[in-house]
Design a protein around this ligand. Structure first.
Ligand code: XMP
Length: 319
């Protein structure tokens, strides 16, 4: 019988049987899948679990603090937070090509994660938030490893010399099932039903070379947008929403003076499968509130636009 509590019970028993007394490492991204794995493994094996959370400087505002508060402080999960912002940003200097950015971010993530893994002694297993659709997808891929560390970064596999065995307790589950067992495990509704966030994070939402100055502006704009969506009870009515930083200077008036400042684009879509999507018809009054807040509260932004492109031909992300 499929009930969330049966699934949790089974998964806990299976994990215990698989790993015994051994230690398990998990890359925690703050996304739904890796978070549910963290909660599940914490329930199953407690202290044998160590999570690594990599702050790449491309996360949403307060993301790192929230992950630490939820897992480390509230649940007592062992989480190592690695502040790797400088490393990521220095490697991204001067890079504008989106695919190149993705590769650099992916490679750097693996390197940082690998460094942490090497420091930990006696880890035998690597846990991953692979879900059933990932298994299907990677079945068609060349080496069958496309899903590896997917829950963290959709960037390909860990190096083969990392001799871990995999623990993948969500392998047979669909996303909605993963969410239900997340709730069953006590994760908050807002975390379990959050929008997807790409592995390369804000790196592919800054349509230019990634700079800290841009990321800081974008983070704050994104935060305002999401906060207002939640306040207006619209967050769950759209499938994904975010802000994009446009490296264009546009004129604005402040007092008697003209200023040339950056442009923020807002994107919100409705979709079932993320393969096709319709731009969300958000109320004008709502967009007005968000736009006013972004321009008034964030120095350096003079203009906000709303993206009305469907997928196809446009993609959901801007790069
Ligand atoms: P597109 O832009 O292709 O996005 O219409 C479809 C969905 O995929 C997400 N996306 C990514 N997720 N790494 C990820 O983990 C990536 O490089 C990446 N690119 C796009 C996007 O956010 C949307 O949900």
């Amino acid at each position: 019988l499929w009930t969330a509590s049966n699934i949790v019970e089974d998964a806990v028993a299976n994990v215990r049987a698989q790993v015994g007394e051994a230690n398990v490492l998990l890359g925690l991204s703050g996304g739904v899948d890796s978070s549910v794995v963290a909660a599940l493994l914490h329930e199953a094996i407690g202290e044998q679990l160590t999570c690594v959370f990599v702050d790449n400087g491309l996360l949403r505002l307060h993301e790192g603090e929230q992950v630490m508060a939820m897992f480390a402080e509230n649940m007592g999960v062992k989480v190592i937070r690695v502040n790797a912002e400088d490393k990521f940003l220095s490697r991204l200097l001067g890079v504008t090509d989106p695919e190149e950015k993705r590769k650099i971010i992916g490679r750097t993530f693996i390197e940082v994660f690998d460094e942490e893994a090497t420091k930990l002694k006696g880890v035998k297993y690597l846990a991953q938030g692979t879900i059933y659709p990932d298994v299907i997808e990677s079945a068609g891929s060349k080496n069958g490893k496309a899903h590896v560390i997917k829950s963290h970064h959709n960037v390909g596999g860990l190096p083969d010399d990392m001799a871990f065995e995999l623990v993948e307790p969500l392998r047979e589950l669909f996303k909605d099932e993963v969410r239900k067992i997340g709730l069953e495990l006590g994760l908050p509704y807002d975390m379990v039903y959050r929008h997807p966030f790409p592995g390369p994070g804000l790196g592919v939402r800054i349509l230019a070379e990634v700079r800290k100055e841009y990321a800081d502006i974008l983070r704050r704009a994104d935060y305002i947008f999401i906060e207002e969506l939640r306040k207006a009870d619209l967050y769950q009515k759209v499938s994904q929403a975010f802000a994009v930083f446009l490296p264009v200077k546009s004129v604005g008036v402040v007092g008697d003076g003209r200023r040339y400042e950056w442009v923020i684009a807002l994107r919100a879509v409705e979709t079932i499968d993320f393969m096709t999507a319709r731009w969300a018809h958000l109320p004008y009054e709502f967009l007005e509130t968000v736009s006013n807040r972004i321009i008034n509260e964030i120095t350096g932004v003079s203009r906000v636009t709303y993206d009305i492109s469907s997928k196809p031909p446009a993609t959901i992300e801007w790069e």
